[in-house]
Structures are given as structure tokens and as C-alpha cells.
Write a protein of this length. Structure first.
Length: 408
């Protein structure tokens, strides 16, 4: 996969933050070498977060996010500040841009505290250093004893220390998303895997969905082989293969049908379950799905997706999952949905959250959503685990993860 085709969810997200007129947009343009952001002497020129996918050396594929001033005022200003805070939920590395001639302000210190609370690695770039008579050797943060190793004086106007800033961001970004593979660490070179990919009216024409593409690439990188079939051809394919598959991975929507076809001595799981592990919330999701047993008439369930798409008549989030849940529980349940970057911060009205696999969201965003639910005592699970559970095949589906399998 080339750098230009790297999915946004797999890119390092670098957010630029600071007060109005600190020069965030100028620094963004200097760092990227492109006019990505509008620059003006007027305070508050950047009114909404602006994102751009690109390649940034020495890091590689990134998403650059320019945000509104954190000290914006008025009712619209409050909305912009709220949007800026939301950006933090998907930020892997934060760059705080400070006006060097004015130093750290109260709003800057508040932003630094948010970085620490959310455990976001950060760099402080003191911009407009060309206005200083003499550049300070160090600018310590209030109440901290560190030596300022993540602070640097730059001038976006004169392009001074911009290369050094990029190098500093690169060091901060070292292995920012280091995590388990999708499936590569569960298989061995030479293994054969069968991937079940149903083609229906909701499938994107001419291409596979992202989790399927990523899984195939992961298998190939591991020196294993993948056979991709539709559910309609699965039975014949298994009968004609020259060797026993090490694993079958299926789309969750045909989990029950595939489970009946695949012999019990062959491992079976779904793309969605693998994505839950890849995004770091598998254990929580397996625990959270048990909440279906406690649902009562009138309870509210939030079904959330990380992307936006055209709803079909047999849409999984708005049609199939509600139908399966009502059939399983026999209860009259109230369903609400969310999609894209919108996600309820107050989840207390809900008795359960059922989320998609999160292939379009980065790991930090998915963990934030999970943590929102956990902190508020709301059970959190995902599509694949829910579907496996209500069809009685969750135990089999997590057999590849011994610590979860033993719980059943």
C-alpha cells in the first residue's frame, strides 16, 4: 500500500493547537510546505478544524489538523472551542503553537493540561521568534522540572527551525500507533485462510471494504495465502481445497450461515472481531455484549458508526441489528443512531452502545469512545461481537484468543 493510499485511520494524526493569532496556520503551512491553511492577521481566521492527508517526512503518511483558536469568544467561539477539544480525541501528536513574543498564556496552559489528561504526546513550538531580540535558551512550563526537550523556537515567516520542528515531531511520533497486527500474529507462514465476503446491494461497486483489504494485505505480509469467496460459494470451496484452512474469516452479516458451513475443527472469526482487537477494545466489547441479557422494555440503545454512507433497505446498523436484538430479547427497545465524527459525550441515557468495527477511525478515537462509555458505566460492544453473541457463536468466534475463550 503506497503512502498516498494509506487509509486515514492508519495515518498519524498531528493536531496544531493554540490561541488565536499565535500563527498556527502559518506554522502548518511551513511544516507541510503547502498552503493548506488560510493565513491572516485577523484573529479567528480558522473557524473550523481543517484536515489534510499527506506524506510528511520523517514520519510518513499523516493527517494534519489545523484547529480554531482555543481562546475564541462568543457563542460561535464556544462551538469552535468545543470542536477543537473534539479533535483531541483523534490526535496522536499535538503541536502547541505559542506566540514567542507573548509566551504561554492561560489558554495555552489549559491546553497543555488537556494533552496530559488525554496522554497525548506533544511539542511546543514558540512561533514568531524573529520578533525576539534574543532567543531564550529554554522555556520551562509552569510547575514542571523538565528541561524543555520538546520545546523549540521557530519562525514560520523566515522558515527558521522548521526542519528541526519536523524532526522533533518525528521523534515524538516514534511508534505512535504500535499495536498488534490484524491477524498476522495469529497465523504462520504457509497457512491458508478463507475470507468470506458477501456481495450485496450495500457493497461498494468494484472494490472491497477497508477491513477486508487490510486483512488480505496482513495475510500476504505474513507469508500466508488467502482465498476470497462469497458465502454462496463457501461450501463448495471448502470441499475442493487441497488443504485444511487455518482459519475462516467472515463478514459479520453472514456469521450464522458461515458457522453452519465451516467444520468445528476449523477456527472461525469475523473481520469485525479482528478490528475490535486491532483498535484496542476487544476485551471491553466481549464483556459489554452481555448487557443484552439485562435489557428491558423502553431501554435505549445507541448504534454508532464511524463513517457515513447511504442507508440501504437492509442496512446493518438501522435495520438488521435492531431486528436481531428485538428477536433475541423479546423486548420493545428504543434505538438511536450516530455516524461519522459525531458521538454523544453524555451516554448516561443509554443502556448499551453497539459500535461498528471502527475501520474509518484511528485507534485513539475508538479508545476514546470506548472510554466514554466505560467511565459512564454504559456497556460497549461492536457489531461483530453482538452478532456472534445473539446467534450463539461468540465462544467459537473468540477461540483464537485463549484468554477470552476461557471465560465461556
Amino acid at each position: 500500500m503506497s503512502l498516498n493510499s494509506t487509509p486515514g485511520a492508519n495515518r498519524v494524526h498531528i493536531g496544531f493547537f493554540g490561541v488565536r493569532n499565535a500563527g498556527k496556520s502559518s506554522v502548518v503551512n511551513a511544516v507541510t510546505g503547502q498552503d493548506l491553511a488560510i493565513v491572516s492577521d485577523t484573529k479567528g481566521t480558522t473557524t473550523d478544524p481543517v484536515s489534510k492527508s499527506m506524506e510528511l517526512l520523517p514520519i510518513g503518511p499523516v493527517v494534519i489538523i489545523d484547529t480554531p483558536g482555543f481562546d475564541d469568544e462568543g457563542s460561535l467561539g464556544e462551538l469552535r472551542v468545543r470542536k477543537t477539544k473534539q479533535v483531541l480525541n483523534r490526535t496522536d501528536i499535538a503541536v502547541l503553537v505559542v506566540d514567542a513574543s507573548e509566551g504561554l498564556k492561560t489558554a495555552d496552559r489549559e491546553m497543555l493540561e488537556l494533552f496530559r489528561q488525554k496522554d497525548i504526546p506533544y511539542v511546543i513550538a514558540y512561533n514568531k521568534s524573529d520578533l525576539l531580540e534574543q532567543e531564550p535558551k529554554q522555556e520551562k512550563e509552569a510547575g514542571k522540572e523538565e528541561t524543555g526537550e520538546h520545546e523549540i523556537y521557530v519562525s514560520a515567516l523566515e522558515k527558521k527551525n522548521i526542519y528541526e520542528l519536523k524532526e522533533m515531531i518525528g521523534r515524538t511520533a516514534k511508534n505512535p500507533g504500535s499495536r498488534v497486527e490484524i491477524v498476522g500474529d495469529l497465523i504462520s507462514p504457509g497457512d491458508l485462510l478463507v475470507l468470506v465476503v458477501p456481495i450485496d446491494t450495500a457493497a461498494p461497486r468494484g472494490r472491497l471494504i477497508l477491513p477486508q483489504q487490510q486483512t488480505i494485505r496482513d495475510i500476504l505480509d505474513s507469508g500466508a495465502a488467502a482465498v476470497v469467496v462469497r458465502d454462496a460459494e463457501l461450501k463448495d470451496t471448502l470441499e475442493t481445497l487441497g488443504k485444511k484452512p487455518a482459519m475462516v474469516i467472515t463478514d459479520s452479516q453472514v456469521f450464522q450461515k458461515v458457522s453452519r458451513i465451516v467444520p468445528q475443527d476449523i477456527l472461525l472469526t469475523s473481520f469485525s472481531i479482528l478490528m475490535a482487537r486491532y483498535k484496542g477494545f476487544l476485551d471491553v466489547a466481549v464483556q459489554g455484549v452481555r448487557a443484552v441479557e439485562t435489557l428491558k422494555d423502553g431501554d435505549r440503545v445507541l448504534i454508532s458508526e464511524g463513517c457515513t454512507h447511504h442507508r440501504q433497505c437492509e442496512d446493518i446498523g438501522t435495520v438488521k441489528i435492531p431486528a436481531w436484538l428485538k428477536e433475541y430479547t423479546g423486548k420493545e427497545i428504543s434505538f438511536e443512531t450516530s455516524s461519522g465524527t459525531g458521538f454523544e459525550e453524555d451516554l448516561t441515557p443509554y443502556h448499551m452502545v453497539i459500535h461498528c468495527g471502527g475501520c474509518m477511525l484511528n485507534e485513539r478515537e475508538m479508545k476514546y469512545r470506548m472510554k466514554c462509555a466505560v467511565d459512564q458505566g454504559v456497556p460497549f460492544t461492536n457489531y461483530g461481537i453482538f452478532i456472534a453473541y445473539v446467534h450463539g457463536i461468540l465462544k467459537r468466534s473468540v477461540e483464537i484468543f485463549p484468554h477470552l475463550y476461557e471465560q465461556f
